[in-house]
Design a protein around this ligand. Structure first.
Ligand SMILES: Nc1ncnc2c1ncn2[C@@H]1O[C@H](COP(=O)(O)OP(=O)(O)OP(=O)(O)O)[C@@H](O)[C@H]1O
Ligand SMILES: [Mg+2]
Length: 262
C-alpha cells in the first residue's frame, strides 16, 4: 500500500506516559492512514494497551502531540476520542449477554421515534451493517449469550462501527478464539480496510499479523523498536525487534532449517 504523500488520519508524535514512578511510554510515534491496518506488537508490558488507551482517552498523555487529519488535537477523555472518530474494542468485549444482537449494537445509541425505541429502524440498520460487513449471525434477535466466541467478537466490532468511526482499535481480538473464528474476525478486519477505515490491531499472533496487517509497529519497553512493511518483513525480523535480540529460539531454528536445506 502506498501512502507517501497522504496525511495520516491519526498520528502520535513523541508520546510520553508515566504511572507514578513507572515510565510506561517514552517518546512513542505511531501513524495510521485511511485503509491501513497497523499491527501493534510487543512483549507483555511493552506498553501496547497503554498506548491505545491514550488514543481512546482512557489515559491522557503526559507529553507529546496527537494529530487528527493533520491537525493537533487534545484527547483528555473517552468522549474526545469518540467525537474525533475513534472506536475502541477491548478484549473483555462488554456485551450484554441477556440482550439480543440489535440491542447490543445500539446500546447507549438507541434510535428513537416519538420518545420510544424504534425497533424496526434499529433492526434494519443492524441487518444492513452486518450484511455490509458480510457477518453471518443466525438471527439478530437472539441473545448474544447464544453466540459463539467468534460471533460475539464480530458483534462487538460491528457495535464499534455504529458511530461511523475512521479509526478502529482492536486489542487482541483473536486471543480467545479458535481457528475458524479467528479467520472470521480477520476477514472482518479486511472488510474494514476495504471500507477505508484505519485499523490498529494489537496481537501476539504473528500469523494474524502476517495475514491482515499492512504495517507492523513494534514497541519494546515503552519505546518504538521499528516500523515494518509486513509484505517484505520476515516473521524472524519481527520477533527480533520484539525481543530486542537477533539470537533467539526462532532465529536459531530458522538458521538450522536453512543449513538443512543446503
Ligand atoms: N493503570 C496503570 N497503573 C500503573 N501501571 C500500569 C497501568 N496500566 C499499565 N501499567 C503498567 O504499564 C506497563 C505497560 O502495560 P500495558 O498494559 O500497556 O502493556 P501491554 O503491552 O499491553 O502488555 P500485554 O501484552 O501483556 O497486554 C506495565 O508495566 C504495566 O504494569
Ligand atoms: Mg495489553
Amino acid at each position: 500500500m502506498v501512502h507517501v504523500s497522504q496525511t495520516p488520519v491519526l498520528a502520535l508524535r513523541g508520546i510520553f506516559k508515566r504511572f507514578g514512578a513507572v515510565q510506561v511510554l517514552s517518546g512513542v510515534d505511531l501513524e495510521v492512514h485511511a485503509g491501513e491496518v497497523v499491527a501493534l506488537v510487543g512483549d507483555n508490558g511493552a506498553g501496547k494497551s497503554t498506548l491505545v488507551k491514550t488514543i481512546a482517552g482512557v489515559h491522557p498523555i503526559d507529553e507529546g502531540v496527537i494529530e487528527w487529519e493533520g491537525e493537533r488535537v487534545e484527547i483528555q477523555r473517552p468522549h474526545d476520542s469518540q467525537n474525533l472518530g475513534v472506536a475502541t474494542v477491548y478484549q473483555d468485549l462488554a456485551l450484554c449477554d441477556n440482550l439480543d444482537v440489535v440491542a447490543n449494537l445500539f446500546l447507549g445509541r438507541e434510535i428513537k421515534k416519538g420518545g420510544v425505541l424504534d425497533e424496526v429502524a434499529m433492526e434494519k440498520r443492524a441487518k444492513d451493517l452486518l450484511s455490509t460487513l458480510s457477518i453471518r449471525i443466525p438471527s439478530v434477535r437472539i441473545p448474544v449469550a447464544a453466540l459463539s466466541g467468534g460471533q460475539r467478537q464480530v458483534v462487538a466490532i460491528a457495535r464499534a462501527l455504529v458511530g461511523d468511526p475512521k479509526i478502529v482499535i482492536l486489542d487482541e481480538p483473536t486471543a480467545a478464539l479458535g481457528v475458524e473464528q479467528t479467520a472470521q474476525v480477520l476477514d472482518l478486519v479486511e472488510r474494514l480496510r476495504e471500507q477505508g477505515l484505519g485499523v490498529i490491531l494489537i496481537s501476539h499472533n504473528m500469523a494474524d499479523v502476517k495475514a491482515v496487517a499492512d504495517t507492523v509497529a513494534v514497541l519494546r519497553l515503552g519505546r518504538n523498536n521499528g516500523t515494518f512493511p509486513v509484505a517484505t518483513t520476515t516473521h524472524e525480523e519481527i520477533i527480533a525487534a520484539i525481543t530486542g535480540a537477533t539470537d533467539n529460539a526462532v532465529t536459531r531454528r530458522q538458521a538450522r532449517n536453512a543449513e538443512v536445506a543446503k
